[in-house]
Design a protein around this ligand. Structure first.
Ligand code: HEM
Length: 505
């Protein structure tokens, strides 16, 4: 018997809002018992700016979670505490490697209840951190959205989160639509599958348009230097001043260092849902197509490799991650289309979805180049000209500006606990950021049915030269020659040498 098609309500997923909550995030906790948390959150930017957040939190009593009733209250508490935690860790002259009980104790409880790690995940800063400006208007419209909490109070930070919120809302109807397509494929109803795939492709185009709006109001320099450092996690953060991670002082006396990835849109369940429903497979980073099959053919067990996209599932709310696993078990669209290759409109609709999703990833790569790769180069160039003494001071800015000394640990567990003595700091060799993103984009095109579509999505634009025999190799295009590491959002990566600008793909 076929496994049942997942029912959204069983996973806390809304038919209209998708992975955003059906009940809008609370703008404050109703119980006045939590006024102290609310007061800190309301003054977070000022407290960070004046470097007084830590002393205020250190004097804060440990509040119980007993006054939290509805899910929306738990989510608000999680978001508040995550902002406080990251502000506490990164908002001083040097990062704090311990979180005091006033944050750690309730944050651990709330995270356990919501099945999320106790850090500022995508859920904490995006999914559960927005409000509509006008209640009678839709939340898939950027002009109707505002954030609840930010670290910096900047429009750029709000915009960074809100673009994702709008995308989640605009993409939400695709979830039910594609579950219906799965049901239709079971019934051999090609016309419904085609129709739903066509609608999906159009929506994906909308989502790309929304993604592109990032450029409107989020400045790359502000993003890189001011916003991104607060989203940093505690994993592979040695150079930033957290060699072992962070201790959550839970009062047990048995605390060990914990390491978590930082917040990243890679933790969006929506994009992973698209991949799963379309039958797109993401191999472990760096693994070429067919290589696994090759090792299996030789009767060898393939070496365990790190799959960053899979790891990010552990940073999604538990029910959402479970939903993805259950959808995976019923995803049949790719096989259905492959079994109906003579149905041109069906194949075209399917390939259009892949092409649109690949295009979205293309635009995202350009964003990462503009917002991370290029500013990190600038900072590196500037820090080379500074005196070593000036750069040695470990503060928030330097933490973000210094190239990270540890490459992304390709086998790292999401919430690895590190004991005091273990020096579990070296990664297994860096994964290049843009190569990783390009691999994800290229894998998006792989299941295409029509040959032209496969060719189209496999296209490689060469960037080696200008076709001018007399021109020397320009400094800018040749890029750095040494291996340089760069902190992304959730991961720390090496920087790709071939990146020349935002159009070179
Ligand atoms: C200024 C805006 C953005 C920047 C700088 C950025 C940066 C990054 C970085 C560095 C990664 C690699 C993983 C990591 O280190 O976390 C990543 C992955 C990812 N990002 Fe973004 N991102 C941005 C906006 C978005 C938005 C709005 C979305 C929503 C669709 C998104 C979706 C993803 C996804 C799905 C991945 C995983 C790789 C993939 O599936 O292709 N990003 N991003």
């Amino acid at each position: 018997m076929l496994p049942p098609i997942p029912v959204l309500a069983n996973y806390g997923i809304s038919p209209t809002h998708g992975f955003l909550p059906e009940v809008l995030p609370l703008t404050r906790l109703p119980d006045p018992y939590y006024n102290k948390w609310e007061a800190i959150a309301a003054n977070l930017q000022a407290l960070i700016l004046s470097k007084r957040l830590r002393s205020v939190v250190d004097r804060l009593p440990v509040l119980s979670t007993i006054g939290l009733e509805h899910d929306a209250e738990w989510r608000r508490a999680y978001s508040l505490l995550s902002f406080m935690a990251h502000g506490y860790i990164w908002g001083g002259d040097s990062p704090s490697d311990s979180l005091p009980p006033a944050i750690a104790v309730p944050l651990l409880k709330v995270s356990q209840r919501l099945e999320v790690p106790p850090v500022a995940t995508y859920a904490a800063v995006c999914l559960w951190n927005f409000k509509p400006l006008f209640m009678d208007e839709d939340i898939d419209n950027l002009e109707n959205l505002a954030t609840l909490n930010t670290f910096t109070g900047s429009l750029d930070e709000s915009w960074f989160y809100l673009v994702s919120v709008a995308m989640e809302a605009r993409g939400a109807p695709i979830i039910s639509l594609m579950l219906a397509a799965i049901a239709a494929a079971r019934e051999n109803d090609a016309s419904t599958v085609t129709q739903n795939l066509n609608t999906f492709a159009e929506r994906l185009d909308d989502l790309t348009a929304l993604l592109q709006r990032m450029h409107e109001s989020c400045d790359p320099t502000i993003f890189y230097n001011r916003i991104r450092p607060f989203l940093a996690g505690s994993k592979n953060m040695a150079e930033a001043g957290l060699p072992k991670g962070v201790i959550y002082e839970d009062g047990t006396g048995n605390e060990t260092y914990r390491q978590y990835a930082g917040g990243s849109n890679a933790q969006s369940s929506l994009i992973q849902f698209f991949d799963i429903v379309l039958g797109i497979e993401h191999r472990p980073t760096g693994e070429k197509r067919g290589r696994e099959v090759e090792s299996e053919r030789r009767g060898q067990a393939p070496a365990p490799k790190h799959n960053f996209i899979m790891e990010m599932r552990r940073y999604m709310p538990g029910p959402h991650a479970r939903f993805l696993g259950d959808v995976q078990a019923v995803a049949n669209i790719r096989d259905f289309v492959a079994a109906n290759r003579d149905n041109r409109s069906l194949c075209l609709a399917y390939d259009a979805c892949l092409s649109m999703l690949s295009n979205l990833r293309d635009k995202h790569i350009a964003i990462v180049t503009r917002y991370i790769v290029l500013p990190s180069r600038e900072v590196r160039a500037r820090s080379r000209s500074r005196s070593p003494v000036a750069t040695r001071k470990m503060n928030l800015a330097i933490a973000s500006r210094q190239p990270q000394g540890i490459a992304y640990d390709a086998r790292g567990a999401a919430a690895k606990q590190v004991d005091g003595k273990q020096s579990n700091l070296k990664g297994t060799g860096g994964t290049a950021l843009i190569s990783f993103l390009k691999q994800a984009r290229d894998e998006t095109g792989e299941p295409a049915i029509e040959q032209w579509a496969q060719r189209f999505m496999r296209r490689q634009i060469r960037t080696e030269g200008q076709g001018d025999f007399f021109a020397g190799k320009s400094e800018e295009l040749s890029g750095p020659t040494e291996e340089v590491e760069v902190a992304g959002l959730a991961g720390t990566w090496t920087m790709d040498d071939e990146v020349g600008g935002i159009c070179n793909y």
